[in-house]
Design a protein. Structure first.
Length: 673
C-alpha cells in the first residue's frame, strides 16, 4: 500500500449539541441454489454458479439445514439448532462486484482494490427466533461506479424450537387459491424440515371444509402438491407430516385447511371472509378508548362484519394521524396485504402505506386522503375493502378572559364580573373554514372561526349561564370521494357571575417557574380577584417555604396584578424563592393572600475556560503525524469549567477542517483514511 502521512493540527471544539455519525456494515446472508442439505456441521460453504457477483458464502453456527424454497426465486431457508442466537456470515464476491442489503448499494463508492475480491464477515442476531435478510450484488462499471443489480437473494433464518420436532420455518395457516378450469395449479406453499438424523414423510388428504372425513390422495406424498383443476367448484385439502427416526415416528404435524376454487374463465370469484378483524384507532396502544367505531357512510355505528367490504370511520379533524390494524383469515392474504390512502374510490392517486413493526398501518388524515383501500390477495384472487373517512369537525381553542379553564374536552368555564351586561369571546375551529354555531338565550347564530362573538348575559338563579357551540355542519362531500363530514358534538361554555362581597375572592393564582440566573426577561407572575369595592395588591417574597421571613418583593409591578420578579445571581448553588400576593379590599379592609409560587433559580451551565488536551496529558502538541492506514492510539479530550453542579449538562461535538463533523463524545480519535 502506498504510504503517506496525515498531519493533524490543533482542532477547535463546539459543545452543547450532539451529532453522531456511524459507518455501519450491513448484515448479509446467501445460500446456493442447490438441493436441500441436512448436516450437523458448524460451518457450511455454498458455491454459486457464474451468473451472480457472489463467489461464496460461509455460514458459521449451529446450522441444521439449508434449503432452496420451491417456487420462489433465489429464496432459501436456513434452519438453526435450538437456542441459537447468532451466526457469522463470511462472503466473497467476484472481482469487480459489491454486495449490499439495500437497493441501490452505493451512489459513488470508492474504487475496488485491483485484482482482489471483497471478503467480509458479519454477525447476524437471531435472538428473535427468525430473521429475514435480502442480499443484492452489483458490478463495477468502467467509471468506477456500481450499477445494475445482477443478483438478488432472500434468506430466512429460523431457530428450531425443540430438539427433536419438525422444523416449520413458516407458519402453516389456511390458504385460499383460485384457478381457472384446467389451469395449471401452483404448488401449495408448505415448508418443513427434519431434525438432523431424521426423515420426513408427507401425505395429502382431501377433506371437507371442517377438516373432517379425510381421504388420502394416492401419490400425493411429497411436501408440495398441485391440486387438480378439471372440475368447477371448491375443494379442500390438508397435509399431514410425520417425522421418523430409526423407523419410529417422533413428531407429527397437520396443516390448516387449503381451499381451492376452480371457476370458469369469465366467472366471478365468490367473496370470502378474507378479514377476521379490522381496527381503526387514534394510537397503537390497543386500548378500547382509542378505537374508533366502524360505521356506515353517514356515521351510524354498525361494527365489523366479515361479509361486509365497505365501512366508514368518524375521525375528529384534530387527529392528524390514525392507525389501522387487521387480521386476515388465512396466510395467503397475510402475505399479500396492500393498504393505500386514496383520494377517490376506484380511481385517483394511491399512496401505499407500510405497516410498522407492531402491525399497525399509520394513515395521515387530510382532505387528500378521504378513504383507505385494503387489498388482500394477488391479482385474480383479491378481496378489496374500502374504509371511508368521515371528518368530524372540532374546536381548536377558545378565549374569553384570564379566568377561562377547560374542565374536560368539551366543557369550558369562565368568571364574568357581576356588573357586565355582555360577554365577548372567540372560538377557533381546527379546520379554519368551518363555521361556529352559537346557541345563546335560545337563539342560534353562525360565526366564522376566530370571529369576535358578543352575546347578552342572562343569568340563571344559580348565577351561571350556559352557551352551546357547534363546529362545522353535516355534509356528504364532493363527487365520488365519499368523504362525509359531521358536525361536532356540543361544546359548553359555562359562565359564572362573580358577585363580590367584603372579602376578596381569588380566581387565578400565580404559577411556579424555573430560570437560570442569567435570565433577563422572566415571565410575570399574575393574580386575579374580585370583591365589592376597589382592590389593592402587594407581592411578597421569601427564601423559606413557610414564608415566615417574607418581605415586600423587588421587581416590576410589585403592587399590581402582574409582577415581574428580579432573577438573582446564585453562584454555584441552586436557590428557590417563594412569592405570593396579598389582596386587600379598600372599602372593607378585608385581605386574602394567594397561593405561593416557587421560582427555582439555577446556575447558568454555559461552559467557560474551554481547552483541548491530549488524553492522559496536560498539554497539546502543535503537530501530530501518523502513517496512513494506521489506527493512532492518541486521543484528544476537552476540558471546561461550569458553575452548574448538574450531571450531563452538555456534550461535545467535534469538527475538523472548520466544518466537517468528526463525531461526538468525550474524546476524539483520528482516522487515517
Amino acid at each position: 500500500m502506498r504510504e503517506r502521512k496525515q498531519v493533524i493540527k490543533k482542532l477547535s471544539v463546539l459543545f452543547l449539541n450532539v451529532m453522531m455519525i456511524f459507518t455501519m456494515m450491513p448484515s448479509m446472508a446467501f445460500a446456493a441454489e442447490t438441493d436441500r442439505i441436512e448436516t450437523e456441521a458448524a460451518a457450511i460453504e455454498i458455491n454459486d454458479g457464474e451468473t451472480t457477483g457472489l463467489k461464496a458464502i460461509h455460514i458459521d453456527g449451529d446450522v441444521e439445514t439449508i434449503a432452496k424454497v420451491d417456487g420462489e426465486e433465489n429464496t432459501y431457508d436456513v434452519v438453526l439448532g435450538p437456542g441459537t442466537e447468532k451466526v457469522t456470515l463470511t462472503y466473497e464476491t467476484k472481482e469487480g462486484h459489491a454486495v449490499g442489503t439495500q437497493q441501490p448499494f452505493m451512489n459513488n463508492p470508492a474504487e475496488l482494490p485491483a485484482n482482489k475480491n471483497i471478503a467480509a464477515s458479519h454477525q447476524i442476531d437471531i435472538s428473535t427466533k427468525e430473521k429475514n435478510v435480502k442480499l443484492y450484488t452489483w458490478y463495477e462499471t468502467e467509471a468506477n461506479r456500481y450499477k445494475s443489480n445482477d443478483g438478488k437473494y432472500s434468506i430466512h433464518f429460523y431457530v428450531a424450537e425443540n430438539e427433536d420436532g419438525i422444523r416449520l420455518p413458516k407458519n402453516q395457516n389456511k390458504v385460499r387459491k383460485v384457478f381457472l378450469k384446467n389451469e395449471e395449479a401452483k404448488i401449495f406453499p408448505v415448508r418443513a424440515y427434519a431434525t438432523p438424523g431424521s426423515i420426513l414423510e408427507f401425505q395429502w388428504y382431501s377433506v371437507d371444509q371442517a377438516g373432517e372425513h379425510a381421504t388420502a390422495i394416492s401419490g400425493a406424498n411429497q411436501m408440495g402438491y398441485n391440486p387438480p383443476t378439471d372440475m368447477v367448484g371448491t375443494q379442500y385439502y390438508q397435509l399431514e407430516i410425520r417425522q421418523k427416526s430409526n423407523e419410529q415416528v417422533t413428531d407429527t404435524f397437520k396443516s390448516s385447511i387449503f381451499s381451492v376454487i376452480i371457476k370458469e374463465e369469465d366467472a366471478e370469484v365468490p367473496f370470502t371472509h378474507a378479514l377476521e378483524s379490522l381496527v381503526v384507532a387514534s394510537d397503537t396502544s390497543g386500548n378500547s378508548d382509542t378505537i374508533y367505531p366502524l360505521t356506515d357512510e353517514k356515521g351510524t355505528v354498525k361494527g365489523f362484519n366479515p361479509d361486509d367490504d365497505t365501512y366508514s370511520v368518524v375521525i375528529p379533524d384534530n387527529q392528524t394521524t390514525f392507525y389501522v390494524k387487521l387480521n386476515t383469515a388465512d396466510d395467503d392474504y397475510a402475505n399479500l396485504v396492500t393498504l393505500r390512502g386514496i383520494n377517490r374510490i376506484g380511481s385517483g392517486s394511491r399512496n401505499i402505506i407500510r405497516a410498522n413493526s407492531a402491525g399497525w398501518y399509520p394513515v395521515n388524515f387530510g382532505t387528500a386522503v378521504p378513504a383507505v383501500q385494503i387489498t388482500l390477495g394477488a391479482k385474480g384472487n383479491q378481496n378489496i375493502y374500502n374504509v371511508h373517512l368521515i371528518k368530524k369537525a372540532s374546536l381548536k381553542s377558545m378565549t374569553v378572559n384570564e379566568t377561562l379553564k377547560q374542565m374536560d374536552p368539551t366543557t369550558y368555564m369562565a368568571g364574568i364580573p357581576e356588573d357586565a351586561e355582555t360577554v365577548t369571546f372567540t372560538a377557533t375551529a381546527t379546520t379554519g373554514s368551518d363555521k361556529i354555531t352559537v346557541v345563546s338565550n335560545g337563539k342560534e347564530q353562525v360565526y366564522a372561526s376566530d370571529e369576535k362573538i358578543t352575546t347578552p348575559l342572562n343569568w340563571r338563579q344559580d348565577g351561571t349561564m350556559e352557551l352551546l357551540l357547534y363546529v362545522g355542519e353535516d355534509a356528504e362531500g364532493n363527487g365520488s370521494s365519499k368523504q362525509y363530514q359531521k358536525k361536532s358534538d356540543a361544546y359548553k361554555l359555562v359562565l359564572t357571575r362573580e358577585i363580590g362581597g367584603e372579602v376578596p375572592v381569588i380566581t387565578n393564582h400565580p404559577q411556579d417557574a424555573a430560570y437560570i440566573d442569567t435570565e433577563k426577561a422572566p415571565k410575570a407572575l399574575s393574580v386575579r380577584a374580585y370583591a365589592k369595592g376597589e382592590l389593592s395588591y402587594q407581592w411578597y417574597q421569601s427564601e423559606s417555604e413557610d414564608l415566615k421571613d417574607a418581605v415586600k418583593a423587588s421587581g416590576t409591578g410589585a403592587d399590581t396584578t402582574s409582577f415581574v420578579p428580579e432573577i438573582p445571581y446564585v453562584g454555584t448553588e441552586e436557590k428557590t424563592i417563594f412569592y405570593y400576593c396579598k389582596i386587600t379590599n379598600k372599602a372593607s379592609n378585608e385581605s386574602v393572600v394567594s397561593h405561593k409560587a416557587a421560582l427555582q433559580i439555577s446556575p447558568d451551565p454555559t461552559p467557560y475556560e474551554v481547552r483541548i488536551v491530549e488524553l492522559g496529558s496536560e498539554t497539546l502538541q502543535d503537530v501530530y503525524a501518523f502513517e496512513f492506514g494506521s489506527t493512532p492510539a492518541t486521543k484528544l479530550t476537552v476540558e471546561w469549567k461550569t458553575r452548574s453542579q448538574k450531571q450531563g449538562i452538555g456534550t461535545v461535538k467535534w469538527r475538523k477542517n472548520g466544518n466537517a463533523s468528526a463525531g461526538t463524545g468525550e474524546y476524539y480519535q483520528w482516522k487515517t483514511e
